[in-house]
Design a protein around this ligand. Structure first.
Ligand SMILES: NC(=O)C1=CN([C@@H]2O[C@H](COP(=O)(O)OP(=O)(O)OC[C@H]3O[C@@H](n4cnc5c(N)ncnc54)[C@H](OP(=O)(O)O)[C@@H]3O)[C@@H](O)[C@H]2O)C=CC1
Ligand SMILES: O=C(O)C1=N[C@H](C(=O)O)C[C@H](O)C1
Length: 265
């Protein structure tokens, strides 16, 4: 399978170049960076040995031409622009980017009428399994169990709450049979008053080189249940994204997630 990688100089972009080179069924076909980046126009192999023979481009249409799928861990506006190019070219789009608003999602949905898009705030098996568990626990416990999602990431992360925290919060809300919007408390400060029953709280820690850690806390009368996940190697996300790209072969247009890829739905 021919894979293009965008945001190739980023933390995840570099991981993806290695993951592709280590996968027998995949070859690196294209590499994209933003305009003005000093990697543009260079052979990727000069910088990342596994990318040898691929010239970095800032033209998304050129970077994905002839590819079967493009893997994208960049930023929301860049991802939406790339989805439009991928839809035009008929190339499947695997999206790890987080931090989307409703308008971004609506634009991605429109592109998913034309191509297979796989999007997940976390590409790991462990977190996707946890969403199932969180849904089940939330469905079993009443509102006397307060749900709080705590996440921790490295100092460079630009969005909060993390995509994973939102996935876990959505799963908890689904389990409770409520919609997360309007029920999410995103951090607290000052005289907040007592906690609102039924709300789901989010808390973001940023520091150092933490790869990604998530706790879902169910704090109830006389007991607290905590469901935790900690990533210890970013390669985990790259391998999950590559698995998603391989999965798109022959898939109908649609907006899929990792539960589809992992057969967990
Ligand atoms: N779903 C998952 O499992 C995971 C998701 N993520 C998400 O992936 C995203 C990226 O994370 P990370 O790799 O740590 O971030 P980085 O900032 O290290 O990488 C992002 C890369 O995208 C590049 N970029 C920005 N705009 C464009 C553009 N228009 N075209 C091409 N490239 C562009 C950046 O270039 P420049 O630096 O020059 O601006 C940078 O190289 C985040 O949203 C993060 O939350 C991360 C890990 C796992
Ligand atoms: O930015 C990151 O690094 C990560 N982002 C994703 C998120 O927002 O949840 C996934 C992972 O936790 C790492």
């Amino acid at each position: 399978m021919k894979i293009a990688v965008t945001g190739v100089s980023g933390r995840m972009g570099r991981m993806l170049v290695d993951a592709v080179s280590e996968t027998e069924d995949a070859t690196l076909h294209g590499a994209i960076e933003r305009s003005g980046h000093d990697w543009v126009g260079r052979d990727l192999g000069e910088i990342l040995p596994a990318g040898s023979g691929v010239t970095v481009t800032d033209d998304p249409a050129k970077g994905i031409a002839g590819a079967d799928a493009v893997i994208d861990f960049t930023a929301p506006d860049a991802t939406v622009a790339l989805a439009k190019s991928a839809a035009e070219a008929g190339v499947a789009h695997v999206i790890g980017t987080t931090g989307f608003d409703d308008s971004h999602i609506a634009q991605l949905d429109a592109c998913a009428d034309r191509i297979a898009i796989v999007r997940a705030g976390n590409m790991s098996l462990g977190v996707n399994l946890l969403t199932q568990l969180v849904r089940q626990v939330a469905a079993s416990l009443g509102v006397e169990y307060d749900i709080e999602v705590v996440e921790a990431h490295h100092r460079h992360k630009v969005d909060a709450p993390s995509g994973t925290a939102l996935m876990l919060g959505e799963a908890a809300a689904e389990g409770r049979g409520i919609s997360l919007s309007g029920m999410a408390d995103r951090a607290r400060d000052g005289i907040t008053g007592p906690r609102e029953a039924g709300h789901i709280g989010f808390h973001a820690i940023r520091g150092g080189d933490i790869i990604g850690a998530h706790d879902v806390i169910f704090a109830g009368p006389g007991e607290t249940i905590t469901i935790s996940h900690a990533a210890t190697d970013r390669q985990l996300f790259a391998k999950g994204a590559l698995r998603a790209a391989l999965w798109t072969v022959g898939k109908a247009p649609g907006h899929y997630d990792m539960l589809d890829v992992l057969g967990l739905r």
